[in-house]
Design a protein around this ligand. Sequence first.
Ligand SMILES: [Zn+2]
Ligand SMILES: [Zn+2]
Length: 455
Amino acid sequence: MFPRLTCFGGVGEIGGNKFLLEDVGAKVLLDFGAGFSDGSDYFDSSIAPRGVNGAGDLFEFGLLPEIRGLYSEKALQNTGLRYSEPEVDAVVLSHYHWDHTGRIGYVDPKIPVYCGETTSLIHDAYSESSGSPLDEHPIRRFRTGDRFRVGSLEFVPVHVDHSIPGAYGFVIHTSEGTMAYTGDFRFHGPAGSMTRDFVDEARNQGTSVLLTEGTRVGPQDAKHGMSEKQVLEEASKLVTGSRNLVFSTFRGNDVDRINTFYEACQRAGRRLVVSMKIAILLEKLKADKRLRVPRVGKDVDVYVRRKRSGKLDDADYYPWERPFLGGGFNAEMVRKRQGELFLHLEAWNFPELIDIKPAKGGTYIHAATEAYNEEGEREEEVIRNWIDHVGFKYAQLHASGHAPMEEVGGLVKDIAAKKVVPIHTENPEEFKAFDRKHSWRLELPKRGRPMGLAN
Ligand SMILES: [Zn+2]
Ligand SMILES: [Zn+2]
């Protein structure tokens, strides 16, 4: 019977990773994330799950598994599942993306979360600025080189390169052999060699079962996506070639992208201006000596939005925002120095452009994934309308956080496990294409159905 693995998310979908790993005297969740399209058949911007029902409205549609001894009392209030003391020993987190962390807020706060040291710093930043799903939990930190034990399971965390710092894969020694879980990974980022370290470790430790992501596995993959280095080269050309304002939308916790645009600004003699949420993240990440991040106030400046009274008074801002007010750039200052600046502006902050009133002829860089569904297309249309409205040029520049299909195939071949379980992919059956020599077995996971891991 043991060890066994049950996939409650990440099955035939990108994101939503929720895997329960059980062994003699051990019950561990590998990630507990929200799916990108979780519940979109029943909920939308006008129909939302009710807070008063805890996790109940999510249980109704199978969006959360009904596992005993996992959830907090609050999550179970008004649901059919009765609260009981924790039976799950730990949540082991691969990295701080919502599709891996998003449902941890429902988990009993007595259950500890294991995460990388860098992830715990990212959590600190979000905890202060907007709240974090890890807020109530005891946190146990690890780094590459550490090992930790939960019951009969021994975890060997190894760093991987991804679009957020502090991402890990795991080699896990169970009572009956060794498995590996990749988390999310790529080889084409600035620290691609870290993913290589994970592959080497997984092979050397004799992995027999491999649980691997396959975000870009499928017939549609653009084979030669950009690397972060190419984003830097293209961005440098755009920034150097512009005499007007340059602004960009990108994921605020993608520290590689922040470094890329900082470097492009250095080359062009511009100043990078970031949001307060990025500023607090950079402040926290200073504690990680192995990470290179620009210094707030020295290397990058902070954009100050008007709030409440609109008079930029201290009292208008949260305590965590106040340290960034002095020396920050408001809309008027950005207008006055627009040809010298590169501004980070999330789409939901586009109304700031009404105050900034940039001169026509500037450049907008959409440094995020291109739309892949109807909702995304609608969002892109709105973004393009804003860019037309201010008379800017639209550029798309992005390096994916995930390895292209052939590199996933390379990882599968190099680790040489006996059994491969594809997760975090819409096309699990496409993994067949990697197994021309039939040297391993493909096991397609079924949502909520336990599978044995012993050989
Ligand atoms: Zn993911
Ligand atoms: Zn991710």
